[in-house]
Design a protein around this ligand. Structure first.
Ligand code: G3P
Length: 272
């Protein structure tokens, strides 16, 4: 399974690239906004976003970086996709364009324009990450349209199911993969259930796109996304760190440190 970082913070991408864990990066307009605002508020730095994206694309060391369009029509999405690709792909040959599977909103019906844009861009050789996927059939159709990645948003399905059940929750709370009795979203019981169904349809029909599990909110979701067959998980950097933490690991570190005799420390050249 590949591990992508879901962030637009350059320092986080560089940090992950240095560990050898980084297989790619996903961004979206909200993550770009967070990065720009944080640099402004905490560092007093007003960045040139175009140059900043260049640095992100370089920092990913040739691993795929998804950049999202903001348009809502076929024409706008295709135009923006071409612009993003032309501008940034030449740097490291690693840019994917993120296209919403269905850009309808605010009462405007544009149901087919996402898949049509995916089809056009991919036919021009521009690789596409189809985003905002909330049903396995959206994933299937985005794949048929030519997407290389299909991105089901697991955490946001959990939000929806919990809201339907009238629950209160915090963003990072674990939600059981098996969902709850009698509440689901048209048969999808949880975010992990959505990923599992996408992976199953991919396997049974052999669709080409890789299932990229997104909107991962805690380390258990990261594990479960892997267990149900996600090809890729994109996780916020903190989830990657959470996944490496365990109290018994800390305890083991303490006891091994305590038990280190001088002779052994001399051999390793480490601390006693
Ligand atoms: O990868 C999509 C992701 O950025 C959305 O995550 O937690 O805002 O639903 P979230």
């Amino acid at each position: 399974m590949k591990l992508f970082l879901d962030t637009a913070h350059l320092h986080e991408i560089r940090e992950a690239a240095d560990t050898g864990l980084l297989d790619g990066v996903t961004t979206n307009p909200s993550l770009m906004k967070q990065a720009v605002e944080q640099l402004h508020d905490e560092e007093g730095e007003d960045i040139d976003l175009e140059e900043y994206i260049e640095r992100i694309v370089k920092a990913a060391n040739g691993k795929p970086v998804s950049l999202e369009v903001t348009g809502h029509t076929y024409d706008d999405m295709v135009e923006e996709g071409r612009r993003l690709f032309d501008r940034f792909n030449k740097i490291n040959d690693n840019v994917f364009v993120k296209i919403p599977v269905n850009p309808s909103f605010g009462g405007e019906e544009r149901t087919l324009e996402g898949v049509k844009a995916i089809n056009e861009l991919t036919s021009e050789g521009i690789p596409v990450n189809a985003t905002l996927i909330f049903t396995p059939e959206q994933a299937l159709m985005a794949s048929k349209a030519g997407a290389t990645y299909v991105s089901p948003f697991a955490g946001r399905i959990n939000d929806l199911v919990r809201a339907k059940a009238g629950m209160d929750w915090d963003k990072g709370d674990y939600f059981p993969a098996k969902g709850m009795e009698e509440v689901d979203d048209n048969g999808v019981k949880s975010g992990i259930d959505l990923i599992r169904e996408c992976a199953e349809i991919k396997d049974s029909h052999g669709f080409d796109a890789e299932v990229l599990a997104a909107s991962i909110r805690n380390k258990r979701m990261l594990r479960e996304a892997a267990l149900v067959g996600a090809d890729i998980v994109t996780a916020p950097p903190e989830m990657v760190k959470q996944s490496l933490r365990h109290e018994k690991t800390v305890e083991g570190m303490e006891s091994f440190t305590e038990d280190t005799v001088e002779e052994y420390a001399e051999i390793t050249g480490g601390d006693q």
